[in-house]
Design a protein around this ligand. Structure first.
Ligand SMILES: Nc1ncnc2c1ncn2[C@@H]1O[C@H](COP(=O)(O)OP(=O)(O)O)[C@@H](O)[C@H]1O
Ligand SMILES: [Mg+2]
Length: 263
């Protein structure tokens, strides 16, 4: 799979011994270490509660890691504070399961929100976007095949269309890394593929490294260049999506869960 897809062996992200213990004592990550190579489409799998969302949220500092290192382009994100965290969010785009668009705003306005933190806040609040910001937003809407919906309210769109808007919004930040937390978990199977195809396009055509949490192994096999499986906050598998045989599957998900996860 993906034989033509070139992945340069140069880490864009190096996670070392990452630990996250929530204030209530839950140890969501128990010392996780791995590299993400530039250009990869890395997928994280694992049961609900295994720590997938916590991992992505530590990387873009929606959560504060308890200990460990998150080395990204020569900087330890785990140590960033204040303005440093804002800068990180500018270089790392994020896509969520429930799209997180502003429902009453237009599609274009939602995409322009990706420029927040880059453009001054009061200007964007009053819709005083620069022409080149608007042009860029439209370019990205075109890339995800939805430019004709620019003037429509976000809540008028289907789930799949909303997630494509969310992808365009993330791209307007001009990120080097795109994190996607269960990006297709709320969509029907056909729409899943459309959205995943656009994420792959972003990965291949724009060269943006993608780290995505995914549930279904069939999608993982189709889209991932590499897989990491988490179980109870620890890495239990790292490698090709095609080497996850039945034995590995049982180890990652537990016996008897095949029906739920294999497709
Ligand atoms: N904000 C939080 N406060 C306390 N515990 C949390 C919080 N978020 C997640 N957890 C716990 O951390 C563990 C990992 O959760 P999560 O990262 O959401 O896993 P996944 O995304 O794989 O389902 C779970 O036990 C979950 O209940
Ligand atoms: Mg999650």
């Amino acid at each position: 799979m993906n034989g033509e897809h070139e992945v340069v062996t140069q880490p864009i992200l190096s996670i070392r011994n990452l630990v996250k213990t929530y204030p209530n004592g839950v140890r969501a990550l128990k010392g996780v270490t791995f590299d993400v190579q530039k250009g990869e489409f890395l997928v994280i799998i694992g049961l609900s509660g295994s720590g997938k969302s916590t991992l992505l949220r530590c990387i873009n500092r929606l959560h504060d890691p308890t200990s460990g290192e998150i080395l990204f382009q020569g900087e330890d994100l785990a140590k960033a504070q204040g303005d440093g965290i804002r800068r990180i969010r500018g270089r790392i785009g994020m896509i969520f399961q429930h799209f997180n668009l502003i429902p009453r705003h237009t599609v274009l306005s939602n995409v322009l929100m990706g420029r927040l933190g880059i453009t001054s806040t009061w200007k964007s609040l009053f819709g005083l976007w620069k022409d080149d910001d608007k042009a860029r937003a439209l370019d990205y809407l075109r890339l995800v095949g939805i430019a004709d919906k620019a003037k429509i309210r976000a809540d008028q769109l289907s789930g799949g269309q909303q997630q494509r808007v969310a992808i365009a919004r993330a791209l307007t930040q001009n990120p080097d890394l795109l994190l996607a937390d269960e990006p297709v978990a709320s969509l029907d199977p056909a729409t899943c593929h459309t959205v995943m195809d656009y994420l792959r396009k972003v990965n291949r055509e724009l060269g943006i490294t993608v780290v995505a949490n995914l549930h279904f192994l069939s999608l993982v096999r189709e889209y991932a260049t590499r897989v990491i499986a988490l179980k109870g906050g620890e890495i239990v598998y790292e490698g090709s999506p095609h080497n996850i045989d039945e034995a590995w599957f049982a180890r990652i998900y537990g016996e008897g869960s095949k029906e739920v996860h294999i497709n």
